[in-house]
Design a protein around this ligand. Structure first.
Ligand SMILES: Nc1ncnc2c1ncn2[C@@H]1O[C@H](COP(=O)(O)OP(=O)(O)OP(=O)(O)O)[C@@H](O)[C@H]1O
Ligand SMILES: [Mg+2]
Length: 462
């Protein structure tokens, strides 16, 4: 550790600013002995000039100096946006000012007179902080990599493409059509579009077009006047108006009845709505995002969805890939849900056993991310150790997809467990190659037929 700091210190440049020449000599000697590269300046102004020509990791500045004092120098350094750690030196009687300097952004102060050890120590502390700060920046970068956008995990190329699309379209008013299987994260994508755009402080309103009875949907969307129908005892705003200035998510837009498709198209084209039972039209400013689990192009072909509305919605399509096509996202998603559900359940579960992870990676996830979330939530409730085990997972063993063995191995090092994983993998391959013919598979594997059957049972391979 000591050595590491010394070595790192060699590369570090420090600027010492003091109006007393003796002080500069003494500090230079101490700091050079510690391995720093030292530059000195006899005034705040000279210090600033030095900083303009080369960057410094640290500035060690006296507080009391004629002309530009240490405080003014600190302010100026910050104003100019220099990325440097400032340590103040205060003479007897100026500790208050030194504290004030720390409040204004100096890292620390040392009081004069000081022993050489104190300067070295203050710098070492500052160095440590620098290291942490850099580490933090690095960590934040990896977090951003995995969380493409806030709360949205995207490690796989497929989902990173989705994140890019969201970023590109968020600030525009363009209509977005999000398509994907159930539970892939379509609503999350819609919210991210809203959250990352200029409308984020305005309302986000979601309506599930498949969940509202057909006869109510129109007034739900566009509002109604008093007496527009039997139950309309008073006028009511529709969701389009609620979302004014913001974003309206038309969830399950594929379920929209044909007559409402016509009305929606008119609203989108004209940018105004008419209340049910009313005559007057009101202009609205709403960004529409639609989502569906259906293949809308196919729905159009089969006459269940209007082609003109499809084109109007499909200005910017986003396809969210199913989870089975992006196994890279599974480990970070699992970690995310273990964290979230563990906290909710008040349990100290820290992760999953490698064998359990292998199962999670091989399962084809027909219910996508939502199913994964539910499986982890249940597993947390079942778990009685700090890691989720295979038996805590309530997923079918039978159906399974191929993932690269290296991915399934993860951090696992146990010869016994890796051996079992490799064995199971080889059996799957042999069965693939022989189209499920067990006799031929056993021959390829160079094991007996009964032994193959026993192992298939053990590993849950069909
Ligand atoms: N990439 C992701 N990162 C983190 N959480 C995710 C991700 N994708 C989905 N989820 C979570 O999975 C759950 C299901 O997502 P969401 O409701 O957005 O899916 P959906 O496609 O709208 O599903 P449905 O078609 O059933 O309405 C939510 O709890 C969501 O937060
Ligand atoms: Mg949804």
């Amino acid at each position: 550790m000591e050595k590491a700091i010394r070595e790192e210190a060699k590369a570090l440049k420090i600027l010492v600013v003091d109006d007393e020449e003796n002080m500069l000599h003494m500090l230079s000697a101490i700091l050079r002995r510690e391995g720093y590269s030292v530059t000195t300046a006899l005034s705040g102004q000279k210090g600033l000039e030095a900083m303009e020509t080369e960057p410094f990791d640290f500035v060690l500045a006296d507080i009391r100096m004629p002309g530009m004092d240490g405080m003014a120098l600190l302010d100026e350094i910050q104003k100019r946006g220099h990325d440097t750690t400032v340590i103040m030196m205060s003479a007897y009687g100026s500790v208050d000012i030194a504290l004030e300097a720390v409040k204004r952004g100096a890292y620390d102060y040392i009081s004069k007179p000081f022993k050489s050890g104190e300067v070295a120590l203050a710098l070492k502390k500052a160095l440590e902080r620098e290291r942490l700060r850099r580490e933090n920046i690095r960590l934040r970068r990896t977090v951003e990599k995995e969380f493409g956008l806030e709360g949205m995990i995207a490690r796989s190329p497929g989902l990173r493409g989705v994140v890019q699309a969201i970023r590109r379209v968020a600030d525009l008013r363009t209509t977005v059509l999000i398509q994907g299987e159930s539970g892939t994260g379509k609503e999350l994508v819609a919210r991210a579009i809203h959250q990352n755009g200029v409308r984020k402080d305005r309302p986000f309103v979601a309506v599930n077009c498949g969940a509202i009875p057909e006869n109510l949907l129109e007034s739900e969307l566009f509002g109604h006047t008093k007496g527009a129908f039997t139950d309309a005892r008073s006028a009511r705003k529709g969701l389009f108006e609620e979302a004014h200035g913001g974003t309206l998510l038309l969830d399950e837009v594929g379920e929209l009845p044909l007559n409402l498709q016509v009305k929606l198209l008119r609203v989108l084209q004209e940018g105004e709505i008419r209340l049910v039972g009313g005559v007057k039209t009101t202009p609205i400013d709403v960004r529409v995002v639609a989502s569906t689990i259906r293949d809308l192009a196919l729905e159009v072909k089969e006459g269940r969805f209007r082609e003109d509305l499809f084109f109007r919605l499909n200005v910017f399509p986003i396809q969210v890939p199913p989870l089975r096509e992006r196994p890279d996202d599974i480990p970070p998603l699992v970690e995310h849900f273990v964290d979230k559900c563990g906290r909710q359940a008040g349990k100290d579960v820290v992760g999953v056993e490698p064998m359990a992870m292998e199962r999670l990676l091989r399962y084809p996830w027909p219910g996508n991310v939502r199913e994964l979330e539910n499986v982890i939530e249940r597993a947390i409730i079942m778990a009685d150790s700090e890691r989720i085990r295979e038996e805590d997972l309530l997923i079918e063993r039978r159906r399974s997809i191929r993932v690269p063995l290296s991915m399934a191995l993860g951090e696992e090092l146990s010869v016994k467990r890796v051996g079992r994983m490799v064995e199971a993998d080889l059996i799957r391959r042999a069965l693939d190659r022989t189209d499920g013919n067990r006799t031929r598979a056993a021959r390829l594997l160079e094991i007996s037929h009964p032994s193959l059957l026993a192992k298939m049972k053990q590993y849950g391979i069909q």
